[in-house]
Write a protein that binds this ligand. Structure first.
Ligand code: PGA
Length: 254
């Protein structure tokens, strides 16, 4: 597939896997995906498995991501993980503002923007998630919702930082439900996101930003989704927990 942006496919393991299970999976992924060069492959295990997974993917083509981080650095912030701590394990990416954190931890756009700035300051690439709920889609306010999230979650970043940021469009109604947005629905919102980015930071920046789709991505819908002009990868939850599920998504996307 010929695109000006390199595809990036990330597995979000959420709160799953013991260290032993994480090691099993990533060791097998390393073997199965050793020849993949056309796609950036990222795994995002829970914090507790970062160190082991980091060692297991040393000198491979698999990159490491975390699922969240603090907007603050080191200090008196009980229970938080600072960017510097992630860097110790060669983490390169961090998912920010996932809809589950927006829902359960009440994360706001303003907080996500602070985290994104802290990630960039530490040379971590944030994967910033946006997406509408089913009620919002049915009320036909998807674009307003996504635009507000985008402008709020990227507030204060420079064009250079935005260009390096990965965005993930994840309609909340498609996450873990088995309901995928059709490729046309995904493309429509991705094109809209690029239009908003362009009005915020100009065409060149907007053209360079990679926008992943997330929400029930599976091996059998990956090819069509990745074939859309503004879909530059996937953020995969459930299917990334199994070797075959994830490797087939990657292979079917090339
Ligand atoms: P899912 O999750 O693939 O299980 O729908 C996607 C996500 O939450 O990132």
């Amino acid at each position: 597939m010929d695109k000006e942006r390199k595809l990036i496919i990330a597995g979000n393991w959420k709160t799953n896997k013991t260290v032993a299970e994480a090691l099993d999976l990533v060791t097998a992924l390393r073997r199965e995906l050793a020849d993949v060069k056309a796609v950036d492959v990222v795994v995002c295990p829970p914090f507790t498995a970062l160190e082991s997974v980091s060692k297991a993917i040393l000198d491979s083509n698999i990159r490491l991501g975390a699922q969240n981080m603090s907007e603050n650095g080191y200090g008196a912030f009980t229970g938080e993980i600072a960017a510097g701590m992630l860097k110790e394990f060669s983490v390169g990416y961090v998912i920010l503002g996932h809809s589950e954190r927006r829902q359960y931890q009440k994360e706001t756009d303003a907080l996500v923007a602070k985290k994104a700035a802290a990630a960039h300051a530490a040379n971590l690439i944030p994967i910033v998630c946006v997406g509408e709920t089913l009620m919002e889609r049915e009320a036909a306010i998807t674009e307003e919702v996504v635009e507000t999230q985008l402008r709020g979650s990227l507030a204060g970043l420079t064009s250079d930082q935005v260009e390096k940021t990965v965005l993930a469009y994840e309609p909340v109604w498609a996450i873990g439900t088995g309901k995928t947005a059709s490729s046309a629905q995904a493309q429509e919102v991705h094109a809209f996101i690029r239009k908003v980015l362009s009005s915020m930071h100009g065409d060149t920046t907007a053209r360079r930003v990679r926008i992943q789709y997330g929400g029930s991505v599976k091996a059998n819908n990956a090819r069509e989704l990745m074939g859309q002009p503004d879909v530059d990868g996937a953020l995969v939850g459930g299917a990334s927990l199994e070797l075959r599920g994830f490797t087939d998504i990657v292979k079917n996307s090339i």
